[in-house]
Design a protein around this ligand. Sequence first.
Ligand code: 5GP
Length: 213
Amino acid sequence: MNRPVFRRQGILFVISAPSGTGKTTLCENLRATPDFIYSVSCTTRPPRAGEVNDVDYHFLTKDDFLSRVENGAMLEYALVHGNYYGTLKSTVKEALAQGTDVLLDIDVQGATTIRKTDDPMVRDSLVDVFIMPPTQEELEKRLRKRGTETEEQVQQRLRTGREESKLWPLYKYTILSGSMEEDLIKFRAIMRAERYLSRRLVINDASPASESP
Ligand code: 5GP
């Protein structure tokens, strides 16, 4: 028998975590690898210093954002800390159809919307991961160290974070956050296992595509 060649649909990795957990840095590290495409979200939040339009976010006016929602262009969207954030459906679905894995950094409301999707491709490809802050004190420390929020915003993010942390049992995987290296190792373990799930694989006799899923 010839050595089998597998192909598979892409996996939609959704990461949620309270603000300040280190999720953005984790996603930046993952983005630097060829393992996924990172879905750049749309937002009505103004850019922070150093943030680049179409790289960190698609920065939109509220009208532009809401007209995209109206047109059905968003896979999910949510109001987070007073601003709209949303994921473009086209980016995600095109990548999944091509067998490319997609990484989404979205809040717990967005993850809940995606879990309820009636789109079979999105539903079958979803792997949601919650990053749990080790303690509230550590979260507060990390949030302050970042220095990008006012005191009022810090307090709002801590309150939201406490509520968000209660939702971890809804996620397929939960990582208790440690150092950035530890979080990366844990996430990569999940990623590898998910890629070898038999139910995702199809034997591809026709194409000499990649041998490893
Ligand atoms: P930040 O303003 O700190 O970049 O992000 C604030 C929150 O919005 C984070 O929890 C982040 O995961 C979330 N977020 C970013 N993009 C999206 C998105 O496309 N959809 C949803 N629902 N949340 C998002």
